[in-house]
Design a protein around this ligand. Structure first.
Ligand SMILES: Cc1ncc(COP(=O)(O)O)c(C=O)c1O
Length: 391
């Protein structure tokens, strides 16, 4: 059976060119970047090169604004706790949205336990934050605004540049979680007006376990890991050189390929959306129809449970998700879909298909052939469907 992987928002396949770039850093160039000798120097140079490539991808200053982390989660933790720690004398109020990734939400909840106050802004039915709500939520003691660039579950892209303007005017530090956006759409820290931006290697064909935090020069933020003087004294621990090199290569490829791949993936996304709406009744596209990630398709399919669709699709060789990877193991409906006003029942029947540059027209055709049958089979067994629709 040919398998179709459409869970690229959870993670992407590592690009073979990335793997090739990493290989020497396990075998030959294995020095510690902090060491004086040539082995160390070679590793150090590789990190500098990777930092430049990541900086270039997001329009950051090459020398000093990118700090490597262990992934998107650490970048979010670093940004939020680091600013809270550095500015707690100034104030203890943070503004975020109710649809953030748990890496942001749980960090904010942790800070609430430590005496910070957090405003969780609502979103509209398309999952959009209203910049006017940000303006209204700002207080004398607000020290940080953190709003994601694009949502991992339903792909809505937020008006970050506009929110950034508001933050700048109010002189409040502004962070965005761009983990799902980087590599999928153009991301430029200056155009977005952000002070801090999180990204993660494995979401754009790089390796897992590596990410970065962009820190605009002059941003007040405390260090995250205490120990050695690595990463300009902001994050101690011996650098994960092969992974950093891999992320650098992935950034280089993303910059080269972005325009072409964005168009290719958008076309597949739109075929999937149109095909599902044409072939299956009682479905609702979740998220904004146009201001959405090129690789994201998310539908609520009424009268069935998301988990049962996933199981049936898996048996047919199609890998999809019911929401974010972190919540799909639990039976709670997605906090994102609930925040958009969906009922528990409808939120339960959600299906996310997330594309990558490796997906083909044939993949889309297979999904459009299999999914309607799966839905019809499940609905045939659904008492509510039979009661409400068939009678
Ligand atoms: C929006 C968002 N933020 C943060 C993360 C966490 O990234 P990582 O897996 O690199 O820790 C993810 C991963 O799913 C994500 O989608």
């Amino acid at each position: 059976m040919t398998r179709v992987y459409m869970d690229n928002a959870a993670t992407t396949k590592t690009d073979p060119q990335v793997l090739e770039a990493m290989q020497p850093y396990f075998e030959k160039i294995y020095g510690n970047p902090s060491s004086f000798h040539s082995y160390g120097r070679e590793a150090r140079n590789a990190i500098t090169e990777a930092r430049d490539l990541v900086a270039e991808l997001i329009g950051a200053d090459k020398d000093r604004e990118v700090i490597f982390t262990s992934g998107g989660t650490e970048a979010d933790n670093f940004a939020i706790k680091g600013v809270a720690d550095a500015l707690s004398d100034k104030g203890k109020h943070i503004i975020t949205s109710s649809i953030e990734h748990h890496a942001v939400l749980h960090t904010c909840e942790y800070l609430e336990e430590k005496g910070f106050e957090v405003t969780y802004l609502p979103v509209d039915e398309e999952g959009m934050v209203d910049p006017a709500d940000i303006k209204d939520a700002i207080r004398e003691d607000t020290i940080l605004i953190t709003i994601m660039l694009a949502n991992n579950e339903m792909g809505t892209i937020q008006p970050i540049s506009e929110i950034g303007e508001i933050a700048k005017e109010a002189e409040i530090t502004f962070h965005t979680d761009a983990v799902q956006a980087v590599g999928n759409i153009q991301v430029d820290v200056n155009q977005l007006n952000v002070d801090l931006l999180s990204l993660s290697g494995h979401k754009f064909y790089g390796p897992k376990g590596v990410g970065a935090l962009y820190i605009r020069q002059g941003t007040k933020i405390n260090k995250f890991l205490h120990g050695g003087a690595q990463e300009r004294n902001r994050r101690a621990t011996t650098e994960n050189v092969p992974a950093i090199v891999g992320m650098g290569k992935a950034a280089e490829l993303a910059l080269e390929e972005l325009e072409e791949k964005e168009e290719q993936v958008t076309k597949l996304r739109d075929e999937l959306i149109a095909g599902i709406e044409e072939r299956i009744d009682y479905v609702k596209l979740n998220g904004h129809r146009t201001k959405r990630l090129p690789n994201n398709v998310n539908f609520s399919i009424k009268y069935i449970e998301g988990e049962s669709i996933l199981m049936k699709l898996d048996l047919e060789g199609i890998a999809a998700s019911s929401g974010s990877a972190c919540t799909s193991g639990s039976l709670d409906p997605s906090h994102v879909l609930l925040a958009m006003g969906l009922s528990h029942g409808v939120a339960h029947g959600s299906l996310r298909l997330s594309l990558a540059k490796y997906n083909t027209k044939e993949d889309v055709e297979k999904v459009l052939e299999v999914l309607p049958k799966v839905v019809a089979d499940l609905r045939a067994m659904s008492p509510i469907y039979n009661q409400e629709i068939k009678s």
